[in-house]
Design a protein around this ligand. Structure first.
Ligand SMILES: NC(=O)c1ccc[n+]([C@@H]2O[C@H](COP(=O)([O-])OP(=O)(O)OC[C@H]3O[C@@H](n4cnc5c(N)ncnc54)[C@H](OP(=O)(O)O)[C@@H]3O)[C@@H](O)[C@H]2O)c1
Length: 291
């Protein structure tokens, strides 16, 4: 970005990816919920969330308990097709001993085993989005990344997932993937730091390539922004909270925010971020606030 030029204003992304698949404006994240996962997913859907994010990674997620919630919701008449389900393949370096695949198998087999286990956990025969939790390589993409991505592309080509994506990815890695993959990602899920211009380098690639940017830790990675007088003043003007202002900013520039709130009140409050509109001046102020 050239200094002083807005990355976001007037360049809003749509929540339809380049392959024509759309996402809802919000995603409910299920990390760190432990045994409360099933109950919280049901509460989130009752509150109005229709997209659910999880991972086949027992250190942080209880994918099978997300599945329990889906079964309970189905009994209440909320059908599988009414929900957008996203889960992840987590490489062995992000797992403990409870891997959902044979660690001695080749990587293609690991992806297939993890994917099949996710379908079983979630009681479904397809996913809306399947995400590589993070590249194996810190810089660039190595042989393991390419093998795993090819396996994920195979799942997409088979029709078992409507979208594929990558998480915790740098701009350099995403550019490489877009350039060389048979199917570039349709979604990216990254921690979104205001101090990095709200992940502007990655966001710009997403915008240019028709990739949906999903932002997490919008509140926890930006605690300083939440106490900024300008953000507080914007919140007061709209008679809302600073959290809602940040979520609304994310939505208005075309990001899909994740929230993993455990509070029924915050579920309602966060969904209410759809009910007001920040001005171009507000957006411009928030865009540069952490820089
Ligand atoms: N791909 C990855 O590597 C990765 C990594 C991290 C997260 N994720 C995904 O992103 C999801 C969200 O994670 P996150 O890191 O953004 O954190 P989070 O789980 O959404 O937690 C954010 C914090 O903000 C609080 N909060 C939420 N809404 C609030 C409100 N309206 N007012 C005040 N406080 C509020 C929550 O407290 P309360 O519970 O009290 O509301 C919580 O302490 C995860 O569940 C997961 O699905 C993915």
């Amino acid at each position: 970005m050239s200094k002083g030029k807005s990355v976001y204003l007037g360049q809003r992304m749509s929540l339809k990816a380049y392959n024509g698949v759309s996402l809802p404006p919000w995603m409910y994240g299920t990390a760190w919920k432990k045994e409360a996962t099933a109950q919280l997913v049901q509460q989130a859907v009752a509150a109005g969330f229709t997209a659910i994010d999880t991972a086949n990674q027992l250190i942080h997620y209880q994918e099978a308990l997300v599945g329990d919630a889906l079964q309970a919701l189905a009994k209440q008449g909320i059908k599988r097709e009414a929900l957008f389900l996203q889960t992840k393949f987590t490489p062995v370096n992000g797992q403990d001993h409870r891997t959902p695949y044979d660690v001695k198998a080749d990587l293609t087999t690991q992806v297939r085993q993890s994917f099949d286990s996710s379908l079983a956990h979630l009681h479904t025969d397809y996913l809306d989005s399947y995400v590589l939790h993070g590249p194996y390589s810190r810089y660039g993409l190595g042989a393991a990344d390419w093998e795993v991505w090819a396996a994920i592309e195979g799942l997409y080509e088979s029709g078992k997932t409507r979208m594929i994506g990558i998480s915790n990815v740098s701009a350099e890695q995403l550019a490489l993937l877009c350039e060389r993959a048979t199917h570039k990602p349709m979604v990216v899920q990254n921690r979104c730091y205001a101090a990095l211009g709200w992940d502007k380098e990655v966001w710009e690639i997403c915008r240019d390539q028709g990739i949906i940017y999903q932002g997490f830790s919008l509140l926890t990675a930006n605690r300083g922004v939440l106490v900024e007088p300008d953000v507080r003043a914007i919140a007061q003007r709209f008679k809302t909270g600073v959290a809602q202002v940040i979520f609304r900013f994310a939505m208005q520039i075309g990001m899909l925010p994740l929230t993993g709130t455990t509070s029924p009140q915050h579920m309602k409050d966060n969904l209410a971020a759809e009910q007001f509109t920040l001005s171009p001046e507000d957006l411009q102020r928030i865009e540069t606030i952490g820089l």
